[in-house]
Design a protein around this ligand. Structure first.
Ligand code: PLP
Length: 476
C-alpha cells in the first residue's frame, strides 16, 4: 500500500473509530442476528483480485457491524465487561506497525524491557512483593496453564520434563484443589496437561461462596492417605459467578504446611488492589507461588493481555526453556529471553498498550475509575435490596451484582428460575443492555458487571428502571 494511501485510509479509519466510540450508544448492545447471518453475507471463496480499501471498509459497516456485540457500550454488563480505551487502541495500532516479536531479547529489546518494566509498575500498584516477576500471556486461561505447569515442574522427583507421565506406573496420581466456583480454565489446564478431570478436587464453599480451608485440609489429608500426590491449590480472588474471595491467607498456611504450590486466580478481582483501600483483596497473595491478573478485564487495556506473576520464575524457565541453535544469541547470559518462560515463541508487543494505559490514566486515575464502579455497584445493590420484588444473592465486593427477581409470595424455585431466565431474555432482546447469568446454589442468578470506562450513574439507573419495568410487564 503506497504511503499516501495508508495515510488517507488511516486518517479515515481513526475518524471512524472516534465516531464509533463517541456514538456507541446508538448501537444495540447485542446485535440482532441469527447464527449464520454474518457468514451468509460473506463470499465463500477468497478474492482472486485486489480489492480497494473503500470496498473493504464499506463491508465493515455493512456486514461486520451488524454482527458485533458492542463490548465498548456503557450498558454492556455481561460476564466481566472489559472495555478498551483510546490510549490502548492507539497502542494496538503502533504495536501492529512495529510488528515487534520478543522471542528473544535481541529480536525485541524494547518489547522485552518495556514488558519487564511495565509489569513491575503493575506489581507495585497491586502491592505485591518485589520478588514477583511477571510475564504477559494472551488470556488468564493461558496464564493459569503456565502456573500449573510450573507447579508440576516444582515436583522435581517426578522428572516429568524428561520422562513425561504416560505409561509410568510408578508415578502417583496428582491432584489439584480448587473451589466449586473456580473458573473452568483451571480444569481446562488440567485436561490439557493430560491429568484428566479426575485430578481436580473441587472444595466445597461456605455461605459466602468462599473455599472452605477446613475442607481443603481434609481433602488433602484424605488424598495423601489414599496415595494421591497434591499438585497445586488454585484459590480465586473474584470468582466468575459472584466475585467471592477465597481465604488466601488460610489457604497459604495449608499450602506452606503441606509443601503445595499455590496459584491464585485474581484475573478479575486483582485489579481492585490498585485502589489503596482495596489492597486487602490480595491479602496473603504475597505467599502465592504464582498469580494471574488480567488488565484486559478491568483496567481498560484492549483484549488481550493477561499477566502471570510468579515468585519462582526459575521454575517456569526450567519447565519451558528449550533453545535450538537458531535462537541462541550472544546476550543469552545477561538477559531474560521471554520464550524461555512459556509455550509461545513469538510474542507480540502487548506491553505497549498496558504502558500507554498506565501512563495516560495514571495509577490514581485508574483507581478512581475502579472505585467509582464499585460505588455504582453498591448503589445498585442497595436498590435491589430495598425493592420488594427483587433480592440480592451474593455480597457485592467489587463491581458485580448478583440478584434475581423474587416477587412476594412466589417461592417455587423452578418457577422463580423460569421467571428470571425469561426476564434476562427480555432485557437482552431490547438491545438497550446486555446482562448475563449464573447459577448460585439452585438459584438462576442475574449478573450485572459494572466495569466500563464510559458507564455513568445515569446508565446504571436506566438499567435498573428497565429491569423493574420488564418484570412488571412479565407479571402483567
Ligand atoms: N479466571 C476468572 C476468575 C475469570 O472470571 C475468567 C474469565 O472471565 C478467567 C479466569 C478466564 O479469562 P480469560 O478469558 O482471560 O482466559
Amino acid at each position: 500500500m503506497p504511503s499516501a494511501e495508508f495515510r488517507k485510509v488511516g486518517h479515515q479509519l481513526v475518524d471512524w473509530v472516534a465516531d464509533y466510540l463517541t456514538n456507541i450508544e446508538k448501537y444495540p448492545v447485542l446485535p440482532n442476528v441469527k447464527p449464520g447471518d454474518v457468514r451468509r453475507s460473506l463470499p465463500s471463496s477468497p478474492p482472486r483480485h485486489p480489492e480497494p480499501m473503500d470496498r473493504i471498509l464499506a463491508d465493515v459497516d455493512r456486514i461486520v457491524m451488524k454482527g458485533m456485540t458492542h463490548w465498548n457500550h456503557p450498558r454492556f454488563h455481561a460476564y466481566f465487561n472489559s472495555s478498551s480505551s483510546s490510549p490502548g487502541i492507539l497502542a494496538e495500532l503502533l504495536s501492529a506497525a512495529f510488528n515487534g516479536n520478543a522471542m528473544v531479547w535481541q529480536s525485541g529489546p524494547a518489547v522485552s524491557e518495556l514488558e519487564e518494566v511495565t509489569l513491575d509498575w503493575l506489581r507495585q500498584m497491586l502491592g505485591l512483593p518485589q520478588e514477583f516477576w511477571g510475564i504477559i500471556f494472551d488470556t488468564a486461561s493461558t496464564s493459569t496453564l503456565h502456573g500449573i505447569v510450573a507447579a508440576r515442574e516444582s515436583l522435581t522427583d517426578l522428572r516429568t520434563r524428561e520422562l513425561g507421565m504416560v505409561g509410568r506406573s510408578e508415578l502417583p496420581k496428582l491432584r489439584a484443589y480448587t473451589s466449586e466456583l473456580a473458573h473452568s480454565s483451571v480444569e481446562k489446564a488440567i485436561i490439557t496437561l493430560g491429568f484428566g478431570m479426575d485430578a481436580v478436587c473441587k472444595i466445597p464453599i461456605d455461605d459466602q461462596f468462599r473455599m472452605r480451608p477446613d475442607a481443603l485440609a481434609a481433602a488433602i489429608a484424605h488424598d495423601r492417605a489414599s496415595g494421591f500426590r497434591p499438585l497445586c491449590v488454585v484459590a480465586t480472588v473474584g470468582t466468575t459467578s459472584c466475585t467471592s474471595i477465597d481465604p488466601v491467607p488460610a489457604v497459604a498456611d495449608i499450602c506452606e504446611r503441606e509443601g503445595i504450590w499455590l496459584h491464585v486466580d485474581a484475573a478479575y478481582g486483582g485489579s481492585a488492589a490498585i485502589i489503596p483501600e482495596m489492597r486487602y483483596v490480595l491479602e496473603g497473595c504475597n505467599r502465592a507461588d504464582s498469580l494471574v491478573v488480567n488488565p484486559h478485564k478491568w483496567m481498560f487495556v484492549p483484549v488481550d493481555l493477561s499477566v502471570l506473576y510468579t515468585r519462582k520464575p526459575e521454575i517456569l524457565r526450567r519447565a519451558f526453556s528449550l533453545v535450538p541453535e537458531y535462537l541462541r544469541t550472544s546476550q543469552d547470559n545477561v538477559v531474560k529471553n521471554l520464550m524461555d518462560y512459556g509455550v509461545p515463541l513469538g510474542r507480540r508487543f502487548r506491553a505497549l498498550k498496558l504502558w500507554f494505559v498506565l501512563r495516560y490514566f495514571g495509577w490514581d486515575g485508574l483507581a478512581n475509575r475502579l472505585r467509582d464502579h464499585i460505588r455504582m455497584a453498591k448503589e445498585f445493590a442497595g436498590w435491589v435490596e430495598k425493592h420488594p420484588s427483587f433480592e440480592l444473592l451474593a455480597p457485592v465486593l467489587f463491581g458485580t451484582i448478583c440478584f434475581r427477581a423474587h416477587p412476594a409470595g412466589m417461592d417455587d424455585e423452578p418457577a422463580l428460575n423460569a421467571l428470571n431466565e425469561t426476564l434476562l431474555q427480555v432485557l437482552n432482546s431490547t438491545g438497550e443492555v446486555f446482562l448475563s447469568h449464573t447459577k448460585l446454589g439452585t438459584h438462576y442468578t442475574l449478573r450485572m458487571a459494572i466495569g466500563h470506562l464510559q458507564t455513568r450513574e445515569s446508565h446504571v439507573r436506566a438499567t435498573w428502571e428497565l429491569i423493574q419495568r420488564e418484570l412488571k410487564a412479565l407479571q402483567a
